[in-house]
Design a protein around this ligand. Sequence first.
Ligand code: FRU
Length: 468
Amino acid sequence: MNDALARATAAVQAAAPRAQADPARPVFHVTAPAQWINDPNGPIFHKGVYHLFYQLHPFSDGSGPKYWGHVRSRDLAKWEHLPIALAPSGDAGEAEIWSGCCAINGNGEPMAFYTSIAPGKSAMHHAEQWAATSDDDLIAWRKVSPNPVLSEELHGGKKIYDWRDPFIFPEGKRTFMVLGGSLNESKGGQAVVNIYEAENAGLTKWKYRGVLFQLPDANARTAECPNFFKLGDEWVLFVSPYGKVQYFGGDFDAVTCRFRPRTRGLVDHGRNFYAPNTMLVPDGRRMVWGWVNGFPGGCGWNGCLSLPRVLSFSRDGQLRQNPAPQLSKLRGERVAWRNLRLDNDGKTLPLPWTSTLEIEAEIDLQSATRVSLGIKSGNNDAQVVVNFSGLELQVLDAKAPLSLAKGERRLKLRIFIDRSVLEVFANETVCITKTIVPLDAGAALEIRAEGGNAVVKRIQAWPMKTIW
Ligand code: FRU
């Protein structure tokens, strides 16, 4: 282990006892052993193992120079911490390792690609894309020689600000990379996703193919962490524009390297979900993890990754997201109720004795104009409030349009509460991630119908086990 990795590892280990004693720290979401984390990086399934990396600042629980932390899983339910994967090579002029991806090159070698930030330079004005290779366990990485593998000279005279976050995808026999950025320095409105094509099997030589797509938003400052992939017949682009994460669905022309979207939407309607990164899994499905942010500072840890979500695209052009089915392995003993009739009134149900829970509810709205769920413990106000009007879903202060098909009155909710993290999935189309005040043990769920009657077809809840 080199010096930079050894110092970072020691700093994380020293902070771990305090971080791990914090009752607000999530236990079934991926976190670092301690300290600050942000974006998920380089998710890849390789040789039977799911690997996830993440932006880590090893020296405090606030943001600072980034490294890549590493976890792995064999089943997407239980995870294991691995040594820090990538540290900046100070002697080669590197100060930070920013977000990126992993790919297997044409010689069968695992590679990590990331944005390298130099000491004392602003990331807005100067960045390079570097690569490293490893053997099949993805633990010991060696930076390739020569780095950078992509530099700003590729763009000729064109200046791209905030140029970062490589994501690689194949199309036919060709290999492409996308990188986010902006064509102007400060005005916004010219956020772009740039596209590059590999010129060798080792993925160390790249050609600029132009702007894949410019965001239509007049204010978009940049397009961080672009992910571009096929879901069924649809090409899907994810971008993080310093605001809620957007998706676009449409067509990709690999000859002209242009993307024409037909539909768009938000990946998550909460303000605490950002910079998602996706993984292709062996059965051909695509999963996504985002960075959950917005936790209070000073606890020895800050930030976690969202639950893995399985992505698909509906025929009407909407992104669908479901919690990974493997998460059911984390469930403990179930409590369940069926066919509860609500006549303009409410029912209170006792939840499992824990602050880590999954709740699944299927509600037939019938003539009610609104249903609400409130979860409350101790003397607190309800820490989780979900309201549905038939047209809009509201989770605490986050609102999302959610309409029902004609003749359809059913709302299906999956609610995950992991101490200070809340993730809500509604009718497979709306996701809302929020940070919350953790529940005390002995919480109760109050479910209520207004303006008419509703039937709770089924409601079940499970205590959730730790992923470690
Ligand atoms: C997104 C982001 C990325 C960057 C990384 C740095 O949250 O700003 O664009 O690579 O975080 O940690």
